[in-house]
Design a protein around this ligand. Sequence first.
Ligand code: ATP
Ligand code: MG
Length: 351
Amino acid sequence: MANIAISGLNKTYGSFRAVDFIDLNVQEGEFVIVLGPSGCGKTTTLRMLAGFIEPDGGQVILGGRDITYEPPYRRNIGLVFQNYALFPHLTIFENVAFGLRRRGVNHSEITPRVKDALSLVDLSHLTDRLPRQLSGGQQQRVAIARAIAIRPDVLLLDEPLSNLDAKLRLQVRDELRSLQKRLGITTIMVTHDQDEAMSVGDRLVLMRSGRIEQIGSPDDLYNRPANRFVADFIGRTNFLRGRIEKDQAFHSEGGIVLTSASQPPGATEAMIRPEAIRVRSVPEQSGPNAISGTIHGHVFLGGLIELAIDMPGGERITGVISPRELEEAGVKLIPNAPVYISVAPKDVVLL
Ligand SMILES: Nc1ncnc2c1ncn2[C@@H]1O[C@H](COP(=O)(O)OP(=O)(O)OP(=O)(O)O)[C@@H](O)[C@H]1O
Ligand SMILES: [Mg+2]
């Protein structure tokens, strides 16, 4: 187990900067998720940490030791990559033993360590099979066992669950999370799946064009995005263009006046998450951010209802509301029916 300190890490391909001077500290035992649009440099970053790509500059310090230019096998880093397949001709046992043999682990220690690793992922009964005799989820668990068998200081996972179907993905994700906590392995994982990021990550790192846009807890990125890109990338949201007027309130282009808990100078957009919208069939007596509109339409989303509401100035706001709340509010889902919405000032984030 170790902390990892990355500073000024960068990589250029020709004239294209794939990773643009990244700084990141990951604490011992922490589970950090890296996410961002395709091509933003996630895999390149992980491969530099693993030692498969040599950086143009910067430093990687693992547990106080500079490993920036160490070869991969001297890093004690466990890897699970989407395309880092199992050896098809080796049994499950031999697949897991491979890294141990390569690292010169004492012969007598290999069997117990392979068995330990396989029992951690619940595969002790399949040691003699070949990879093709396993399901996708089982193969992925072997890959995880192979990575942890070497007792890595750091575990790097690049979209490890993306080949799995939705249900299996959830199961392996939960197993991975509890295993990571139990062993306390410092972990960095890349994923495209936001639910996955929000549910397993202690902290999230959101990248764009080789740079880090924001580092923070899932709550930070969701509720306190650093900028529009972060707000737009994480979850669904309403954006209203406008500006802060002399009355300190935010006035949207369509004439909606919003009070926000914070007024960053020069804000040009208000962000409101759909679930922060409250609806009523009668106007509120008092309180900030009470706005009237009309129902445009609705969509059922499992147990919730997504409601599109037209504002008088031509803007449209989306709310996500439970059927029970709609019923209590007395709102009927009829197009053009009047509806009154409100938003707490803390839920109006100005950007
Ligand atoms: N060997 C290479 N030569 C030239 N360009 C490369 C090379 N490897 C990666 N790139 C470019 O660097 C950028 C970052 O690639 P990277 O694989 O790190 O993206 P990513 O964030 O992992 O994307 P994805 O989500 O699609 O996996 C991309 O624009 C890619 O085309
Ligand atoms: Mg990638």
